[in-house]
Design a protein around this ligand. Structure first.
Ligand code: URA
Length: 416
């Protein structure tokens, strides 16, 4: 077998077999297939797609490229969630302590942000002392003792995805439904959870720009998970607008903690609603209860303070300092003002995400160093009325803030 034969089949519109896909994944991961041949196949997949069987075989081969985490020593139904990535998406920080407070073990491996989408690991690392690198034993012990652990992906979890994702990022092949589905589901399955809630983002700030694409991605991932014996539910949510009020690592942790603590004036109902929906889906599949029961249980632990207490317990268990979860002053702060009067119709999540990267809150390359305190606070949200000159957002950074970034935020607001 060789790669040229695979290209020929793909060009003729034929399906690749399981053995051929395994050959590609194994060969690329171990280095016997060079980048240029892998890039060629990825572009063919990006342009021609993959059948459901091909996507399934790709996911399986990627899982088999590395370690699979064994969570059997954790009692109970282990639940995980995954977001396809968005701007201001701090849902994981809110829903994981909610579910743990309900007694369901949350064993979650998360990633770092890349491009305009933030990553849970970066957000947690913005808390003084918080450790995201846990040994397998520490991870399991924390879930058994506190019902929650969130850690960075271990070195050898789906090494094929690490290499393929880096290559896709520089070859214009990220936005492919089969490639995204295989990338996400291989990591979720290898992470060992019994059930997975998938939050598929749709809109300007997401990989999937339309409802139809988001639905196809959701269906593809759900089918893969179910075929591999997992309980999976997918939920499609809006990413035309940033979620909540804060964008930036520390700022998002502060907002999540405020929401959990009932300080709702520091957050926005779009984030509260999204967190209740995702937590409710997680509880439904883990506890086997219906939507109404799950939603009541989720709202219950938010109202009685036990979700906030669980969040604090989780932060301390991983070495973090709860009193450090406050918004720090930055060397530079700029108020962005409205340039017209009217109602905020949309806030373009892509532009806001790009601005947050310029402020230092996101990475342009894998090596970029983050400014944990940098970011954006949205003062005006969709539906709010503003007049010319009103402050619509604050920008925070430890580096000087340029006009381009300020203009980007003004352009992000459509005021009608
Ligand atoms: N997130 C992933 O983990 N992989 C993708 O391909 C896209 C988003």
């Amino acid at each position: 077998m060789n790669m040229v034969q695979l290209f020929e089949k793909k060009k003729q519109g034929l399906e690749l077999s399981q053995a051929e896909i395994q050959y590609f994944v194994e060969g690329y991961t171990t280095g016997s297939i060079p980048d240029y041949q892998a890039s060629s196949l990825l572009m063919a997949i990006r342009l021609l797609g993959m059948s459901d069987d091909e996507t399934f075989y790709l996911t399986k081969a990627m899982i088999e490229s590395g370690d699979v985490i064994d969570l059997t020593s954790i009692e109970g139904f282990k639940i995980d969630k995954h977001s396809t990535g968005g701007v201001g998406d701090k849902v994981t920080l809110v829903v994981t302590p909610i579910i743990a407070a309900l007694g369901i073990p949350v064993a979650k491996f998360s990633g770092k942000g890349l491009g305009i989408t933030g990553g849970t690991i970066d957000k947690l690392e913005s808390i003084q002392g918080f450790k995201t690198e846990l040994s397998s034993q520490e991870f399991i012990d924390n879930v058994n003792q506190h019902k929650i652990a969130v850690a960075g992906q271990t070195g050898n979890l789906v090494p094929a995805d690490k290499k393929l994702y880096a290559l896709r990022d520089v070859t214009g092949t990220v936005d492919s439904i089969p490639l995204i589905a295989a990338s996400i589901m291989s990591k979720k399955i290898a992470s060992g959870a019994d059930g997975i809630v998938l939050d598929v983002k749709c809109g300007s700030g997401a990989f999937m720009k339309t409802q139809e694409e988001a639905q196809r991605l959701a269906d593809t991932m759900t089918a893969i998970g179910e075929k591999l014996g997992r309980k999976v539910i997918a939920h499609i949510s809006d990413m035309d607008n940033p979620l909540g009020k804060m964008i930036g690592n520390k700022l998002e942790v502060v907002e999540a903690y405020a929401l959990l603590s009932g300080r709702l004036e520091e957050t926005h109902e779009d984030l509260v609603d999204e967190c209740v929906v995702i937590a409710s889906l997680m509880y439904q599949i883990a506890a086997g209860v219906n939507e109404a029961e799950a939603t009541a249980a989720v709202k219950g632990v938010l109202a009685d303070g036990s979700a906030a207490a669980k969040f604090e317990e989780f932060i301390v268990a991983q070495g973090g300092v709860v009193s450090d979860i406050v918004q720090n002053d930055t060397a530079h702060k700029v108020a962005v003002t409205a340039v017209s009067e009217g109602t905020v119709e949309t806030i373009n999540a892509l532009l806001v995400g790009e601005a947050s990267v310029s402020l230092g809150a996101g990475r342009l390359t894998k090596e970029s160093k983050l400014d944990y305190d940098a970011g954006i606070q949205l003062i005006a949200k969709k539906g709010d009325h503003v007049t010319n000159g009103d402050t619509i957002a604050y920008l925070y950074s430890n580096q000087p803030i340029d006009e381009e970034t300020i203009n980007k935020i003004q352009q992000a607001y459509t005021i009608a």
